[in-house]
Design a protein around this ligand. Sequence first.
Ligand code: NAG
Length: 215
Amino acid sequence: MAAMLLPLIVALVFLSSPCSSSDPDPLQDFCVGDLKGAISVNGFPCKLMSEVKPSEFFYDGLTKEGNTSNPFGATVTAANVLAFPALNTLGISMNRVDFAPGGLNPPHLHPRASEAGVVIMGELLVGFVTTDNVFRSKVLKPGEMFVIPRGVVHFQLNVGKGKAMTVTSFNSQMPGAVVLPLNLFASQPSLPNEVLTKAFRVDQNVINEIKSKFG
Ligand SMILES: *[C@@H]1O[C@H](CO)[C@@H](O)[C@H](O)[C@H]1NC(C)=O
């Protein structure tokens, strides 16, 4: 009996460990992702170490200002494992978010990572809503930081006079983003109107209008 319970106990201890990080720990110094690798693993297979060039450990994709000419007035430039394959298996990544005046990084969540960010330019209202529906927010200036717990719905709104920019970091090589307006109103195929009218307690016209905004 005890022998049968042992694997269960080990599993429970492991799952409840306060030290478990978001992504699995690496088993080697580095594993620069082979994004075109033929085999599928949890992450990407490693390029041969002998074929990895020093330049692959550096990435300049966040030097460029994102194009904010879109309906949200904000653009996320992701430096995740897809853009920067040297992050593969290291459990970290970053984003740059640029905002036009009034721009919004709309309510979204990251299923695989907590987020820490620092405002670089402008003034951002940063807010999140926890699972008990409590809203917390603050207007932040350059150098000031915020944290967004994993899986929690959050946004950033440019409340300053000019442009704004923040750099964010994640404890996952691929945090993922569920952008609520797109997830609910722009999915392919689209959610049935019956689901959305009931969920938001409005009639079809309202749902159709919102869906039409997303093409
Ligand atoms: C920014 O995006 C808009 C809309 O897609 C496009 O018309 C414009 O040319 C882009 N600007 C630059 C500098 O790339």
